[in-house]
Design a protein around this ligand. Sequence first.
Ligand code: UDP
Length: 258
Amino acid sequence: MSRRKKLYEGKAKILYEGPEPGTLVQYFKDDATAFNAQKKAILSGKGVLNNRISEYIMIALERINIPTHFIKRINMREQLIKKVEIVPLEVICRNVAAGSICKMFGLEEGKPLPRSIIEFCYKEDKLNDPLVCEEHILAFGWATANEVDEMTAMALRINDFLCGMFAAIGIRLVDFKIEFGRHTDKNGNIELLLADEISPDSCRLWDLETDKKLDKDRFRRDLGDVTEAYTEVATRLGILKANPTTSPTLSIVPNGDK
Ligand code: UDP
């Protein structure tokens, strides 16, 4: 896809101009970053796995009427998506205490939260994506009150669905981050869509029996076997054939064969 015009390069993905107006091509890189890109590595095959896992989840969410930016997967590393204006907020949903919430409130990692908690962070690397409340969001015009309500409701529905989906394959959904974008349709109507990706880069996924981490914390905390863990998630979802001896790029189950 190098012939297409590059519009934006992020830490783990690149966006290219799409084949039709209103579309973009999202390319998944193998780059891994943590702690606001202070820690970096190339994890061979990660982009391929995240492309497939995110595709699987976006299709599943569309089936329960969550509107997403996903149109179709193009190849191993690219998907065609609807062009959106990204809302500058990271929406985090938590079921179990881990990561920043433990530091903030002195909680023990692994403690189930009394209820699912939705947080908003302002997407600004220079500021380390600070946690914000609705007052900040409305005062600074990052989203409207309606959009905040819609994002909250969608995040909770996504959480309910994904908790069940992962529980069925022996995985606890500890927390995850999602992003939303505003899409303008042909008639000029603006719709809020789930955008970006949902993958082990943006979720905390623990094995239900052993609490083994199957997500980006393996990279953040130097636990090793990062791509192996992502491969495990893809295998349990039925995206990869259960054959640990073949490389992820070779053993991917073709669409419609799962
Ligand atoms: N997360 C993410 N991108 C970010 C920040 C967080 O995908 O820039 C995800 C992270 O993987 C975890 C959840 O959001 O699943 C909650 O992250 P947390 O606030 O605990 O931050 P962390 O401890 O990762 O710094």
